[in-house]
Write a protein that binds this ligand. Structure first.
Ligand SMILES: [Zn+2]
Length: 227
């Protein structure tokens, strides 16, 4: 791995002169996805997948300099070929493939190998060096399929409806929320917190379709109390 270096600011591509998901401000940052522990404030220039662009603008600030490209496109930066490949983690999440003088490095960022209903599925990419962040990769973790999860959620929501109870889901505003929304779509009106509403707006501004949701406001609370 002669062209990648681990530094205090993060993973650095020596010939490319850019960092991957840097921890501290740098001149040129290539960002795997919009979560705050990967897309940080203060970089001079950002480069990410098209679908992460509006998310970064929303979370970091509208006036930052961001360039973007799609999956499986290639851009050469200082003789390093850079391409993005689906990571299956959240909307816009990308593995970053770097090729320099015939050597290939893949940096995954966060990734999920099991498909869901809303994220571009994970794509395995051949490489010489694989830089992975694997929080739940141990064999002790077993995951249900998205279909099994959906069945469970539907069963619970329908049971609550029968008992005249409201179903409440709590999930992180970027990623889990859109996944939950996709799983319960069609069962009833979906109300969302403003943090989720704002992220949804950023996502749909990239021409991605999300199920219909309604912003939960204090007016709705008052209306409920009166009724
Ligand atoms: Zn993440």
């Amino acid at each position: 791995m002669k062209f990648i270096k681990f530094t205090k600011k993060g993973i650095y591509c020596i010939p490319g002169r850019f960092y991957l998901d840097p921890w501290y401000p740098v001149d040129h940052a290539i960002i795997s996805h919009g979560h705050a522990d990967h897309a940080r404030w203060g970089n001079k220039k950002y480069f990410c997948h098209h679908h992460s662009k509006a998310i970064l603008q929303h979370r970091i600030g509208g006036d930052i300099l961001i360039e973007s490209m799609g999956y499986n496109e290639t851009r050469t930066i200082n003789q390093v070929k850079v391409s993005f490949h689906p990571a299956g983690h959240i909307i816009g999440s990308a593995q970053i493939r770097l090729e320099y003088q015939g050597e290939v490095v893949v940096f995954t960022g966060d990734y999920k190998t099991q498909a869901d209903f809303i994220t571009e599925p994970f794509e395995p990419v051949k490489c010489h060096t694989f830089i992975t962040e694997s929080t739940f990769g141990l064999p002790i973790y077993h995951w249900k399929t998205e279909q099994q999860l959906q069945e469970q959620l539907h069963h619970w929501v329908l049971q609550n409806q029968t008992n005249n109870k409201t179903s409440v889901f709590i999930g992180y505003s970027l990623g889990k929320s859109q996944r939950i929304i996709s799983l319960v779509d069609g069962l009833d009106t979906i109300y969302v917190h403003r943090a989720i509403h704002n992220i949804n707006q950023a996502i749909t501004s990239s021409r991605i379709h999300l199920p219909k949701t309604t912003l939960l406001t204090s007016d709705l609370y008052k209306k409920d109390i009166r009724e």
